[in-house]
Design a protein around this ligand. Structure first.
Ligand SMILES: Cc1cc2nc3c(=O)[nH]c(=O)nc-3n(C[C@H](O)[C@H](O)[C@H](O)COP(=O)(O)OP(=O)(O)OC[C@H]3O[C@@H](n4cnc5c(N)ncnc54)[C@H](O)[C@@H]3O)c2cc1C
Length: 278
């Protein structure tokens, strides 16, 4: 079994230290690797490489750097890949990214339309271990599940070594998705992204962009403890731990926690499921 953690970089440089502290605390949980998300433009993109480098050099933990392409030019991507290589980071999660809102002012250069094009460019650039996203409940852009599988197969064929899932709460939907993947001849290893819910507001935001459905069980937790952050955190840790136990029991041993940069949450899950790692 592997146990890994996701962190996100600060949006502004003045918040770097608080994220660095969270990364340091998370590294004490001895994850197999830590991933760092990427936000197009500004401090977020610059800090992805910086934090990934800290994870490897200061905390002696393997780093996986996310990289999105929709808001980047081909030149930007070549530059970031060069920086990653110079800093000894060999694992990249190749993503499309989301369309910037009309009011964001962010440029959309049109060099890339889908993650598959980024996968090809990373492969052409050099020797990286390349991961990509998959969406067990379907991506919000596309409603035909069969079409999703065809697109995913194209992405995998372009040179993907492993897949990481979008978060979900209904494991049965994931098992069904995996059956369809395997049925379509996609046998790439799948790492499961697990989201511990600890805030109604952040969950609502993430559901809006991911298309993840809220199960009746999760809805009950939110209704019962949505106004009580301490209890919701405990319930969120337990829910995630139970979800992991079920995944591991069903043969899925690559577990990736979306930590939201909160070491206490990852630590709670780690202590609940620690025996599974032994
Ligand atoms: C594990 C994980 C990590 C993430 N990390 C980040 C992050 O760090 N930063 C960030 O900004 N976002 C991140 N995201 C969000 C991600 O960028 C969005 O979900 C995005 O909308 C889709 O990314 P993708 O790489 O799956 O896109 P794609 O693989 O391009 O797929 C997007 C949609 O386009 C369709 N499609 C794919 N190829 C084609 C084609 N050739 N023609 C027509 N349709 C096609 C697919 O079926 C799908 O519906 C992450 C998501 C996941 C699951």
């Amino acid at each position: 079994m592997t146990f890994s953690l996701e962190v996100f970089p600060p949006k502004t440089d003045d918040r770097y230290d608080s994220v660095a502290q969270a990364v340091s605390a998370l590294s004490f949980l001895a994850p197999d690797y830590m991933s760092v998300t990427y936000g197009a433009g500004g401090g977020t993109s610059r800090n992805t490489v910086r934090i990934a480098t800290d994870i490897q050099k200061l905390h002696h933990t393997t780093a996986l750097a996310h990289l999105t392409c929709l808001s980047s030019t081909k030149k930007d991507i070549q530059n970031i890949l060069g920086e990653l290589r110079e800093n000894g980071i060999h694992n990249v999660l190749a993503l499309r990214g989301d369309q910037p809102g009309p009011d964001s002012g962010a440029p959309v250069p049109h060099d890339y339309r889908h993650a598959v094009e980024l996968v090809r460019d990373i492969r052409a650039f050099g020797d990286f271990c390349v991961g990509a996203a998959c969406h067990p409940e379907g991506h919000p852009d596309r409603i035909d599940p069969e079409d999703e599988i065809i697109r995913l197969r194209e992405k995998v064929t372009a040179g993907v070594d492993f897949l990481v899932t979008q978060f979900f709460f209904d494991n049965h939907k994931f098992y069904d998705f995996v059956s369809r993947l395997r049925g379509a001849g996609i046998d790439t290893p799948i790492i499961v992204g697990v989201m511990p819910v600890t805030s109604v507001k952040s969950l609502e935001r993430m559901i809006a962009i991911s298309g993840t459905s809220v199960t009746p069980r999760m809805q009950t937790l939110l209704s019962r403890w949505g106004d009580d952050p301490e209890s919701l955190m405990k319930a969120g840790i337990l829910h995630a731990s139970e979800q992991i136990l079920d995944l591991v029991s069903n043969g899925f041993g690559g577990i990736h926690i979306y930590t939201m940069n909160k070491p206490a949450i990852a630590s709670g899950i780690r202590s609940n499921i620690g025996f599974l790692l032994e």
